[in-house]
Design a protein around this ligand. Structure first.
Ligand code: APR
Length: 234
């Protein structure tokens, strides 16, 4: 049984039409992190933060999964049908739902989900809907304490205990489309050193590339299907 853990970043969704963060035309070239992606930003101006995420929800509604997302779904499907004797877990830094729309079910969003909100009172994460505003009562507890279900800078990413357990038990760790600049994801390759092989798929070397055994250079829509074909061919 081959256990593969895949980490994805904004680069895997780039060819679907969603901007990355740190490329020349990226999100952080147009917005200041301090204005839209910290707890203080939300306390200071919740309406601005809501507009930022509503703009990204509108963009997400206009795009779909690309060949890279679909290739990862093909690998999970092969594990489900027994065509491939392995298992794949997708840990994503992305808050879009393109992995799920491609067909992957084993997906952990360590930075949260754009299409959910989170109640600061009861901790529930109901689905976001168009008239969800900061003062909208939480559908689960009724208190007006909804916020985007997104992990902001300075907050603790989600699922870390089980992520560390999965990394500790994997045979192959694959990083796709991430600059390797934000921890803890940037440290995952170091966590698997000594017990798993490592592969990085990116347009260009990332900050973390030196930690990887193998590198596939090129757009995710070309390289991820090629890599999945390799895995399925055994
Ligand atoms: N195919 C493969 N890789 C690509 C492609 C592509 N078509 N286009 C861009 N990339 C790569 C870039 O080379 C870069 O290494 O995707 C990476 C995008 O890096 P970032 O913009 O930094 O995005 P990411 O690594 O996901 O950011 C991590 O930072 O802002 C926070 O919470 C946010 O989850 C995000 C985290």
């Amino acid at each position: 049984m081959e256990r593969i853990v895949v980490l994805t970043g904004a680069g895997i969704s780039r060819e679907s039409g969603l901007d990355t963060f740190r490329d020349a035309d990226g999100i952080w070239s147009r917005y200041d992190i301090e204005d839209v992606c910290t707890p203080d930003a939300f306390r200071r101006d919740p309406a601005l933060v809501d507009r930022f995420y509503n703009d990204r929800r509108a963009e997400l509604r206009r795009v779909g999964p690309n060949a890279a997302h679909l290739a990862l779904a093909r690998l999970e499907e092969a594990a489900r049908t027994g065509a491939w004797h392995g298992e794949i877990l997708v840990i994503t830094q992305n808050i879009d739902d393109l992995h799920e729309r491609a067909g992957n079910r084993n997906v952990w969003h360590m930075h949260g989900e754009l299409l959910r909100v989170r109640c600061a009172s009861c901790g529930g994460t109901p689905e976001w809907h168009a008239d969800c505003l900061p003062e909208t009562p939480c559908p689960l507890c009724g208190r007006p304490s909804l916020r985007p279900d997104v992990v902001w800078f300075g907050e603790i990413p989600l699922h870390m205990p089980r992520i560390e357990a999965a990394l500790g038990a994997c045979d192959l760790f694959v990083s796709i489309g991430t600059s390797g600049t934000v921890y803890p994801a940037a440290g995952f390759a170091a966590l698997v050193e000594g017990h798993a092989e490592t592969l990085e798929i990116n347009l260009e070397p990332s900050v973390a590339s030196a930690r990887f055994d193998r590198f596939m250079t090129g757009p995710a829509t070309r390289m991820v299907p090629r890599w999945v074909d390799e895995v399925l061919a055994g």
